[in-house]
Design a protein around this ligand. Structure first.
Ligand code: 8DG
Length: 132
């Protein structure tokens, strides 16, 4: 019998300010330890992706965002789960982001994004942000 892996639907906020993008580093004790990702998290039952994004950014950064448009979808099979990640271009409306869950927050220029060690599911988003 083959065991089905857990499937999780995740949203990530690509928060932009001019040419800078907010990047977040996962903690040492988490899955994907020390990898960089976009703030966000799992969509809960009955929630729209947009509602999940607003909720997660309030919880993780203490900030309010506007969601402008979808950037990329990626499905990646990690050893612990199959993650379906959808990313959205966002802007800060209020609040200076404070890290409640990440070990580090960093603003990076678009062209510098590939220098960070991103979670595997994030690469299509990084490619979309740095191409053209
Ligand atoms: N928020 C976020 N999660 C991402 C990204 N890329 C990526 O592979 N993930 C993965 C990491 C987690 O396994 C999952 C997001 O769930 P979560 O935000 O609830 O993560 P978590 O570590 O607190 O939860 P868990 O692993 O303890 O279940 O998606 C990304 O850019 N942003």
């Amino acid at each position: 019998m083959t065991l089905m892996k857990k499937e999780v639907h995740v949203v990530g906020a690509v928060i932009m300010e001019g040419d800078n993008i907010l990047c977040a580093q996962r903690g040492a004790t988490k899955t994907l330890a020390h990898k960089w990702e976009f703030p966000g998290g799992k969509i809960e039952a009955g929630e729209t992706p947009e509602a999940a994004l607003h909720r997660e950014i309030e919880e993780e950064l203490g900030a309010e965002i506007a969601i402008d448009h979808h950037i990329a979808d990626c499905t990646y099979e990690y050893d612990f789960a199959v993650v379906h990640l959808a990313t959205y271009a966002c802007r800060l409306l209020s609040g200076e982001p404070v890290s409640e869950e990440h070990i580090r927050l960093a603003w990076r220029k678009r062209s510098e994004l590939p220098e960070l060690d991103w979670a595997a599911a994030d690469w299509p988003t990084i490619d979309a942000l740095t191409s053209g």
